[in-house]
Design a protein around this ligand. Structure first.
Ligand SMILES: NC(=O)c1ccc[n+]([C@@H]2O[C@H](COP(=O)([O-])OP(=O)(O)OC[C@H]3O[C@@H](n4cnc5c(N)ncnc54)[C@H](O)[C@@H]3O)[C@@H](O)[C@H]2O)c1
Length: 322
């Protein structure tokens, strides 16, 4: 199959491309390299089935493909808040352009949406039927309201123009190739531990988060794309961990001598968010398989080599409490 991946040079997109290429598909990676890196897809450059296009999705493009995975959009607050107007343009005009393309060429279209559409949820865990609790005028709105409009556009193209659509709501995902400066808790702790500076825990660390390893997420994407269900479908790991547990595990795995430092909880720190993945389990026969201890080991190794910090993780460290 010929497949377009927008945002393909980013963290999740590049792992998706690895899977699609290994399965023998022809892949077009489209990216403006805002947070993506050519390095992430370097191993495919020159492959006869691979094409890399520098392009911004806010501009229309003509291509011939069978499937479109639409991921182009900065994902972490530091990056999506840097230029919020651009973020909303990417979500709205970018999605409109890609849906227009899907309509013209009759390609199946998958939107990478987010658990942020649930906002600061009043129900827990979040099932797909929950409509969310989102602030339309806050500093996160360019992203979460942007993705909500992207979902609306996707369903309207489906109802009005018969576009064959899929919508995934992604919960926190981690793994190799995350950016080291994106301010997310997993990458923050790993980078701090590798640099030998104290791990910063906000509040008392009792707040919980859940983390899905990237290969599990990619597997869910491919299952949904090739299923008969439009979604929206939650993909994420429902196991919750406290931030302090995560810090202690990374401390143990990377550098037991590094301190953990407690700092005041920022005001906008989201409360708990955890996916209800019943639909994905039933409809796609999908659930996360990579234990956090193993996912962390692979992520730490990747950061270690990118930061040029020597060392290894001992076997006993691999079976951390998380
Ligand atoms: N990582 C997560 O935990 C998570 C959670 C929820 C949703 N998502 C969604 O998954 C998708 C991928 O996220 P990621 O974590 O890989 O982030 P990422 O920032 O690594 O990847 C996004 C990619 O999109 C590209 N991009 C951004 N704006 C673009 C534009 N206007 N035109 C073309 N390319 C553009 C970037 O250069 C980058 O390569 C995003 O849509 C994000 O909203 C991710």
């Amino acid at each position: 199959m010929r497949i377009l991946v927008t945002g393909g040079a980013g963290f999740i997109g590049s792992h998706l491309i690895d899977r699609l290429m290994m399965e023998g598909n022809e892949v077009i990676c489209l990216d403006n390299f805002y947070t993506g890196r050519k390095h992430n897809v370097l191993k495919w450059i020159g492959h006869p089935y691979f094409e890399l296009i520098r392009h911004d999705v806010t501009e229309p493009i003509r291509l011939e493909v069978d499937q479109i995975y639409h991921l182009a959009c900065p994902a972490s607050p530091v990056h999506y808040q840097y230029n919020p107007v651009k973020t909303i343009k990417t979500n709205v005009i970018g999605t409109l352009n890609m849906l227009g393309l899907a309509k013209r060429i009759k390609a199946r279209f998958l939107l990478a949406s987010t658990s942020e559409v649930y906002g600061d949820p009043e129900v827990h865990p979040q099932a797909e039927e929950y409509w969310g609790n989102v602030n339309p005028i806050g500093i996160r709105s360019c992203y979460d309201e942007g993705k909500r409009v992207a979902e609306t556009l996707t369903f309207d193209y489906h109802r009005q123009n018969d576009v064959d659509i899929r919508v995934v709501r992604i919960f926190n995902t981690y793994g190799p190739r995350m950016l080291e400066n994106d301010g997310r808790v997993v990458s923050n702790f790993i980078v701090q531990a590798l640099k030998g500076v104290p791990l910063t825990v906000y509040g008392n660390g009792a707040q919980t988060r859940s983390f899905c390893y990237v290969s599990d997420l990619v597997d869910g994407f491919i299952r949904l794309m090739n299923s008969n269900h439009t979604g929206p479908i939650n993909l994420g790991n429902p196991e919750e961990y406290t931030i302090l547990e995560l810090a202690q595990t990374i401390q143990r795995m990377v550098n037991p001598d590094v301190d953990i430092r407690f700092e005041p909880l920022p005001q906008d720190d989201p409360r708990r968010r955890r996916p209800d993945i019943t639909k994905a389990q039933k409809l796609l026969d999908w659930q996360p398989t990579v234990p956090v201890s193993e996912g962390l080991r692979l992520t730490i190794e990747d950061f270690r080599s990118r930061l040029g910090v020597p060392g290894t993780i001992s076997n006993t460290d691999r079976v951390g409490s998380v």
